[in-house]
Design a protein around this ligand. Structure first.
Ligand code: G3I
Length: 321
């Protein structure tokens, strides 16, 4: 049985993967990605980001995300949407603009409204705001924060809830599992939005972990419950677990298997953890080696599309072996 099938049998909504149209010419890749028993959810790795989807004012390019969506629908898979208000991968007209509060607010609302209207009713969830925090819990410097302070956050969620009432609206970030000040600041972000009676439904833990440094189940459960206790659902939205040195040896390979099982256990242990999304499923297309030279082999499949021991460990765990 595939991992999605097993995860659904365990009471979850999805086990999915990031995917992108530049993977679509790889038939071996698609032979795995198209199998909805393996992956029940796609999220576009890059093509819904602001610089790609609205590269110039009022110029929208939906072709690539539409192709990911079409493949998901053809396969009977769900579609998760990523991301709207994010400091990175912004087009120059936004990043370098001279803004007043009102003009930037209008640009954010227009972006979110146009993009979400295009996908209205078709996204299980949107990462409405991504990575607004530094690891020490302060707000990240960005054109949004400089111009609007924290107001860009409720502003984004309010526009999102108007544009697509069906989508679950997430705040998404990384290192919340390992940095208590960052997790506490994310709690304050959720409370900020909730205090204004603006919908926020979920918290995405990106979960870009490192072999041997993955938090234990107890810690991951406690961090999830910071947010489920506020009424949110949670999910592990970008899971990969990178080896710190390559090639991996037998002990780090065994450790990677344990770490993947830990994340699966932590989601299963929290009723409102709705699922896990891998950030690509094969080392062949992982973002990590080009970003962190020397780290890698983070995915469940090798670059040759072989299932790794970590894949088998997750499958055995889910099958109750
Ligand atoms: O599209 C251009 C292409 O035209 C150009 O020829 C090429 C070479 O310069 O670059 C291409 O853009 C690249 C883009 O991916 C699309 O492939 C960028 O250089 C590259 O930086 C970008 O990397 C992406 C990264 O986000 C950017 O921040 C990764 O693929 C993607 O996996 C990664 O994903 C993020 C999540 O969105 C948010 N959480 C963290 C995660 C990892 O950084």
């Amino acid at each position: 049985q595939g991992l999605h099938q097993l995860f659904v049998a365990a009471g979850k909504l999805f086990f999915g993967t990031a995917i992108e149209t530049n993977n679509f010419n790889d038939t071996a890749y698609l032979a795995i990605a198209n199998n909805r028993q393996e992956f029940g959810m796609y999220v576009p790795e890059n093509s819904q980001k602001w610089e790609e989807i609205q590269p110039a004012p009022a110029t929208f390019d939906f072709a690539a995300p539409d192709a990911v969506l079409a493949r998901a629908r053809q396969n009977g898979q769900m579609f998760r949407c990523h991301t709207l208000t994010w400091h990175s991968q912004l087009p120059a007209f936004v990043a370098n603009g001279t803004w007043t509060r009102d003009t930037l607010a209008a640009v954010i609302v227009a972006h979110i409204t146009n993009v979400m209207t295009h996908y209205r009713g078709l996204c299980y969830a949107w990462d409405v705001v991504n990575e607004a925090l530094n690891d020490n819990g302060t707000f990240r410097d960005s054109v949004f924060f400089r111009t609007l302070g924290t107001d860009f956050i409720p502003l984004s969620f309010a526009a999102a809830s108007r544009a697509d009432p069906a989508a679950r609206l997430y705040y998404n970030d990384f290192n919340l599992e390992t940095s208590p000040p960052k997790a506490a600041a994310a709690v304050r972000i959720v409370q900020l939005v909730q205090a204004l009676n603006i919908p926020i439904h979920g918290l995405g833990f990106q979960a870009h972990f490192r072999v041997g440094l993955t938090p234990n189940v107890t810690s991951l459960v406690a961090t999830q419950n910071l947010f489920t206790s506020l009424g949110l659902e949670v999910s592990f939205s970008e899971l990969d677990i990178a080896h710190l040195s390559l090639p991996p040896n037998a002990s780090s390979i065994a450790r990677q298997s344990q770490d993947y099982v830990t994340v699966v256990q932590a989601c299963l242990a929290v009723p409102k953890c709705v699922g896990i999304t891998l950030w690509q499923f094969t080392d062949k297309y992982s973002w990590i080696p080009s970003t962190f030279p020397g780290l890698g082999d983070a995915c469940l499949y090798t670059a040759d599309f072989e299932k790794k021991p970590a894949y088998e460990a997750v499958r055995r765990y889910l099958e109750g072996d």
